[in-house]
Design a protein around this ligand. Structure first.
Ligand code: NAI
Length: 301
């Protein structure tokens, strides 16, 4: 088994002051990476800021003999994203790895979902992924190497009551990964998506205490480290992780039904009659990009 090593690599982890991000950052540093510890240090629902969050993790890494610098910017602004990447370039000369991890929650049932709470969540999770990833991607393109992680959630992929804002933003980052997979391919930039479940301040009041105690973030970190290694050749995959469980989730397409020669418009009743075939997921197919999917109905052109 080849050893995964990050000597000479520069990693940015957003929201690295606590929870999953802290765990990823410490492990990157232990395996030789120089790490930018970004954290705004606000509350669980994104209020306030505190430099102590990032500083403590930097200190912990330095005590262990690793190299790290802090950054306190908000991922949700273009200026913040630029500063985060500039921090890496100024301190270590480049960016090889970016883990988009910073996150907050503002749950409520959709009929009570105020604009402020919608915007705050889309801001940190989706806009944040844009603001930080774009300058990092530009640097990676220039260097011909990059590893990017998007942190999504089962709430987005599968649904979760009371998380319409969060689910929407988290699905947004999977769309971004689908495109970066294509745009980064020529430059050896791999973008992959993790779907974690782990103990942190975001989950402490939603998980039963005995399960919470077992859901160590370290289970997720091993996956992140592999996906960020030189050895990882995949791009655009989404991996579930919790405890010791790892599996791929993907958008798959069923065999469907052809109800026309491409000219005659089928009546709504024909849709109704063929509904079971249309919604069937038997022998589903995976498409690597939208043009490949078009091939499915291409014979009707
Ligand atoms: P956490 O609350 O322990 O850590 C998130 C960190 O992000 C905090 O230190 C916070 O200060 C920082 N942060 C928040 N907003 C920021 C901003 N605008 N700019 C910079 N830093 C900011 O939470 P946890 O659980 O470690 O979450 C990490 C990521 O994993 C989040 O994106 C979350 O949505 C995602 N996730 C977590 C799951 C879990 O089971 N813990 C499940 C699915 C997804």
């Amino acid at each position: 088994m080849s050893k995964i090593d990050f000597t000479g690599r520069v990693a940015i982890v957003t929201g690295a002051g606590a929870g999953l991000g802290k765990c990823h950052a410490l492990e990157f540093a232990k395996r030789g990476a120089k790490v930018v510890i970004n954290d705004l240090g606000g509350t669980r629902n994104g209020v306030g800021s505190d430099n102590a969050a990032a500083n403590k993790v930097v200190e912990e890494i330095r005590v262990l003999g690793g190299e790290a610098v802090p950054n306190y910017d908000n991922v949700a602004t273009v200026e913040g994203g630029r500063n985060i990447v500039q921090t890496a370039v100024d301190a270590f000369g480049k960016v090889d790895i970016l883990v988009n991890n910073a996150g907050i929650l503002r749950d409520s049932a959709f009929h009570k979902m105020e604009e402020e709470n919608w915007d705050a969540i889309v801001g940190v999770h989706l806009r944040g992924a844009y603001c930080v990833t774009r300058p990092a991607f530009i640097n990676m393109r220039e260097n011909g190497y990059g590893r990017i992680i998007m942190t999504t959630s089962g709430a987005g992929l599968f649904g979760n009551f009371g998380q319409s804002n969060y689910a929407s933003a988290k699905m947004g980052v999977t769309g971004l990964a689908n495109v970066l997979k294509l745009e980064g391919a020529k430059y050896n930039i791999k973008t992959n998506v993790i779907i974690p479940v782990a103990a942190s301040r975001l989950t402490e009041d939603v998980l039963p205490p005995d399960l919470f105690a077992k859901l160590k973030p370290d289970f997720i970190t091993s996956l992140v480290l592999y996906l960020c290694s030189e050895q990882c050749k995949d791009s655009g995959v989404m991996i579930n992780a919790a405890l010791g469980y790892y599996s791929r989730s993907a958008i798959m397409t069923g065999p469907g039904a052809i109800l026309s020669d491409g000219e005659r418009i089928p009546a709504p009743e024909e849709i109704m009659e063929n509904w079971d075939k249309i919604v069937s997921l038997e022998s589903p197919k995976y498409f690597d990009q939208v043009m490949t999917m078009f091939g499915e109905f291409g014979s009707l052109l």
